[in-house]
Write a protein that binds this ligand. Structure first.
Ligand code: HEC
Length: 132
């Protein structure tokens, strides 16, 4: 009985150590969790171009400004690093066709390919945005 309890305790510490390693490994790959300030910034960040900002507000923002949606957060570079490595043509294809929980055209049916490209650049931090 006594030995059994000790063994359980041992597994508990082993599990904690393992969890710590997973967190460290996650950070190593650039999977840094956004903090409250990043979430707040994502809610207020808009493309500088007013027309593009309107389209952004009624489509991408719903998910990309909201961490609960699992979408890469707008303006939060660590969430975009690995995605940008795929290259803009593939990202554009994923926006047009959808990808898992990302709906085709991201709820923007009147967005052109050029606007999608600019929206991707904006959200991933390449095109300058402004807070409102
Ligand atoms: C209904 C929620 C939702 C909306 C609206 C939405 N997205 Fe997404 N988006 C997601 C989710 C979730 C992912 C992550 C998909 C995955 O990797 O499994 C994603 C991923 C992406 C990616 C990365 C694709 C890749 O290959 O890694 C891009 C680019 C993107 N969205 C652009 C946009 C743009 C531009 C808009 C607006 C026109 C938009 N999204 C609207 C939910 C959304």
């Amino acid at each position: 009985m006594e030995a059994g309890r000790r063994a359980v305790g041992g597994w508990h510490w082993y599990g904690m150590a393992l969890a710590g390693l997973v967190v460290l490994a996650g950070c190593g790959r650039g999977e840094i969790k956004p903090q409250a300030a990043d979430l707040q910034r994502a809610e207020t960040l808009r493309p500088m171009d007013a027309q593009l900002a309107r389209k952004y507000e009624r489509s991408c923002l719903i998910c990309h400004g909201n961490q609960a949606s699992q979408a890469p957060l707008a303006g939060f570079a660590p969430a975009w690093e690995a995605r940008l490595e795929k290259g803009m043509p593939l990202l554009l294809t994923h926006v047009r066709d959808g990808l898992n929980a990302m709906p085709a055209r991201g709820y923007c049916n009147d967005c052109s390919d050029q606007e999608f490209t600019r929206l991707i650049a904006f959200m991933s931090g390449g095109e300058q945005g402004g807070a409102r």
